[in-house]
Write a new protein. Structure first.
Length: 137
């Protein structure tokens, strides 16, 4: 408060408290985000990747790879969005609205993923497998 102010110290508005943003860990050469998944999903992921990668005709397993990509996508979205939201302890209506909205997004994304992966050739499916392996590293 300045010496020329007419307000008493009691009525002076305090500046809002600001929290310094948490410093991110050193990202190394390229920044990344990861999510945790169950051991069962990891086992399934490795099995599907090996099946596609070792197949004479990877496109014969496009459906299994597509199902895996959708499951991984849904798991990641759940962890990054819903679990983070639940940690804030929102009210029931907010939590249900978020769950319903995310469910709709996942259905649309599932359709898009199926259409895209369903049209890929062997080389492209193997590239998807390699990308998933890089994400797992």
């Amino acid at each position: 408060m300045s010496p020329h102010s007419t307000k008493s110290p009691r009525h002076a508005s305090a500046a809002p408290a600001r929290h310094a943003p948490a410093k991110a860990a050193d990202p190394g050469p390229k920044p990344f985000l990861r999510f945790y998944h169950s051991h069962e999903l990891r086992t399934k992921t490795l099995h599907v990747l090996e099946t596609v990668e070792e197949a004479d005709k990877p496109t014969a397993h496009a459906g299994r790879l597509t199902d895996l990509v959708i499951e991984l996508t849904n798991t990641g979205m759940d962890q990054f969005f819903l679990q983070s939201l639940k940690a804030t302890k929102p009210n029931y209506l907010v939590q249900q609205s978020a769950s319903l909205g995310l469910s709709g997004v996942q259905k649309v994304m599932g359709t898009v993923i199926r259409n895209i992966l369903g049209r890929m050739d062997d080389r492209q499916l193997l590239s998807v497998c390699a990308s998933i392996r890089r994400f797992m590293a």
